[in-house]
Design a protein around this ligand. Structure first.
Ligand SMILES: *Cc1c(COP(=O)(O)O)cnc(C)c1O
Length: 406
């Protein structure tokens, strides 16, 4: 019986490989930073890292490491419990209050990951009498979270506010109790920023709650890095976020919102109730990371400067980028194999990037998603642009004429 199952899986894996869609994981041998060490052909070497979510460069910050070590000494390795049984330390509440204060919300609730925050945020708040209207490019975890909830589902084309308005009208016609509009603050594959002014306006007009997943925006956009809505001087009703990107890059997620929302999630959210409390070292590290992120104007300025510089350099040598201002910079290659080949060649040239293709992005829209970090140095970025140009010419992705030297 199981033999046929294993054979089928092997056959399906082969097909994934033949389509150029097989993902291989490379091993890195150093802390996460602007330059990392990797093992290649049995030799360790240094490589420029252009694909971490380490926007502010906090992943190896000595003050965060010290805070985490101190918490481990004080509170041990792990909680061995979910929060409501015997897994809540003062530290957990402190981090929740710091997140709420940072994002200007009543309260916040921690999850093991943002994936869980999004997976557990809809079902406790909404039933079949309610409606969710979701952006078509929302993160997989929002899609899954919505699937787990009985609310009526509507989808609008990515960042298309005319389509959203039409969907809102359709939803409102059925007189739902509650309408939630769900969007990523920054769309992770494109780096585009959600149209918060229109989203806020439409949410208010239809008396809907605006939920923003700000995983790629917390620490990056807005004053003190308060996120996408703050970037526009506005506020969302529910913010979901991660501790695994700008805020130290370890792990953990959260929801920040009005008190009744957080109180209900604490009673009913399944990934919160049925999954372990975050370990003390992560919590203490995240508290320090938020402090550093809030004070990180220099890092944010550097990020913006790096993004402008890299976009200009790559456009000059002939690559096709998606427009934007976020430190996510997608280099469009369309075919999965081209994205894989370019990433592999760049790896040989000392540049670490990853090809993104189906099912992470739609078929035919394969790309290399480059991400800036405050931990990167301008001279290393120039090296990266030159390597992109060389590899791009070798592989026939850019024309040999585009030979602007750096
Ligand atoms: C990374 C990401 C997540 C998942 O975050 P984790 O904390 O790693 O689970 C969720 N939503 C978006 C938009 C993300 O970019």
């Amino acid at each position: 019986m199981s033999k046929t199952t294993y054979r089928r899986l092997q056959y399906e894996l082969k097909a994934i490989e033949q389509d150029g869609l097989f993902k291989r994981e490379r091993l890195i041998t150093s802390p996460q930073s602007g330059e990392i060490r990797v093992s290649r052909n049995g030799r360790e070497q240094s490589i420029v890292n252009l694909c971490a979510n380490n926007y502010l460069g906090l992943a190896d910050h000595p003050e965060i490491i010290a805070a985490a070590k101190k918490a481990m000494d004080e509170y041990g390795f792990g909680m061995a419990s979910v929060r409501f049984i015997c897994g809540t330390l003062g530290l957990h509440r402190k981090l929740e209050r710091r997140i709420a204060e940072y994002l200007e919300m009543d309260d916040a609730i921690l999850f093991a990951a943002a994936f869980d925050a999004n997976g557990g945020v809809f079902e406790p708040l909404l039933t079949a009498e309610d409606a969710i209207i979701s952006d078509s490019l929302n993160h997989a975890s929002i899609i899954d979270g919505i699937r787990l909830c009985k609310a009526k589902r509507y989808r609008f084309e990515n960042n298309n506010m005319t389509h959203l308005e039409a969907q809102l009208e359709q939803a409102a016609a059925e007189s739902p109790r509650t309408i939630v509009i769900a969007t990523d603050g920054v769309f992770s594959m494109d780096g585009t920023i959600a149209n918060i002014p229109r989203l806020r306006h439409l949410a208010d007009r239809f008396d809907a709650l605006l939920l923003v997943d700000d995983c790629h925006a917390t620490g990056v956009l807005g004053p003190q890095g308060k996120g996408t809505a703050a970037h526009f001087g506005l506020q969302a009703d529910i913010i979901t976020g991660t501790l695994g990107k700008s805020l130290g890059g370890a792990a953990g997620g959260f929801v920040a919102a009005a008190q009744p929302v957080i109180d209900m999630l604490r009673q009913r959210s399944r990934p919160y109730l049925f999954s372990n409390a975050l370990p003390p070292m992560l919590v203490a590290g995240a508290i320090k990371a938020i402090e550093l992120a809030r004070a990180g104007d220099d890092q944010r300025a550097k990020l913006r400067q790096h993004a402008r510089h890299f976009r200009q350099g790559m456009t000059d040598v002939g690559f096709r980028l998606l427009d934007g201002e976020h430190p996510i910079i997608p280099v469009m290659l369309d075919e999965a194999q081209a994205a894989q080949d370019l990433a592999n060649r760049l790896f040989e040239l000392g540049i670490y990037v990853t090809g993104f293709f189906y099912p992470v992005v739609p078929r035919g829209q394969a790309r290399i998603r480059v991400q800036m970090s405050a931990a990167l140095k301008t001279e290393r970025l120039n090296h990266a642009i030159a390597a992109f140009a060389q590899a791009g010419r070798e592989l026939g992705i850019i024309s040999a004429k585009a030979r602007k030297t750096l």
